[in-house]
Design a protein around this ligand. Structure first.
Ligand SMILES: N[C@@H](CCC(=O)N[C@@H](CS)C(=O)NCC(=O)O)C(=O)O
Length: 219
């Protein structure tokens, strides 16, 4: 059986977990924090979570894992069937990862682990996120899903990347990046109300509260 390594605190872990739940794939969860220990680096070469244990070996990097799951478990589809539409869905995923999640992540150490707030990051990140949101607005379709008529990986990736972005922007700038984005807000509500989204977002919130209370993380 497939084994998913990681923790529910992590966006990327939740992306892969939701993909597996949506596809009805049987899997086991193995609680694992990111680690630079040789045993974990042998599984996930950058020491990041998530990673997936398959019958053939380990896989890391969320987009690679999602592609693997789509090929090994094609039903239900989580990518559009047509090549161009599929590439557009991947484009949205990359915008969410690189231009929303990645800049916001610069505040994670400060918000979650008490590191000093970097004034350099504070001076740069909001503008980066504004640019990422504008880019997203140029490609998002909201029909009603972000890449078209069908729910896809693009919705799952954006859901978790946007959640992190929103909480970091709120904490550092007291700014809601969705305040002038009615279509994105409506999409977020739709995506968040999906059964698996509700379950995983609640587990993520619980994990955040547990971490703040100093409890040991478990899936
Ligand atoms: N590019 C990676 C990103 C995964 C990632 O950043 N995971 C975070 C947790 S959400 C992590 O492991 N951080 C620890 C680290 O960067 O060392 C992917 O797509 O899976």
């Amino acid at each position: 059986m497939l084994k998913l390594y990681g923790l529910p605190l992590s966006n990327y872990y939740n992306i892969v977990k939701q993909a597996m739940l949506e596809k009805g794939i049987a899997f086991e969860e193995v609680p694992a924090p990111p680690s630079q220990k040789p045993e974990y680096l042998a599984k996930s070469p950058m020491g990041k979570i998530p990673c997936l244990e398959t019958e053939q070996g380990f896989l890391s990097e969320t987009s690679a894992i999602l592609e693997y799951l789509e090929e090994t478990h094609p039903v239900p589809k989580l990518y559009p069937a047509a090549t161009y539409e599929r590439a557009k869905a991947r484009e949205i995923q990359r915008i969410a990862e690189l231009y929303l999640d990645a800049p916001s992540r610069r505040f994670l150490g400060h918000i979650f682990f008490g590191a000093p707030l970097s004034e350099e990051a504070k001076g740069e990140v909001r503008a980066d996120v504004e640019k990422g949101l504008a880019a997203l607005g140029r490609v998002a379709r909201f029909e009603p899903w972000v890449a078209g008529k069908d729910f896809s990986y693009a919705d799952i990736v954006l859901l978790y990347c946007l959640g992190l972005t929103r909480s970091m922007m709120n904490a550092v700038y007291q700014w809601d990046p969705l305040q002038n984005e009615p279509e994105l807000r409506a999409w977020l509500q739709l995506a968040s109300e999906r059964d698996h989204s509700r379950q995983l977002l609640a587990a993520q919130q619980q994990a955040i509260m547990d971490m703040k209370a100093g409890k040991k993380p478990t899936p």
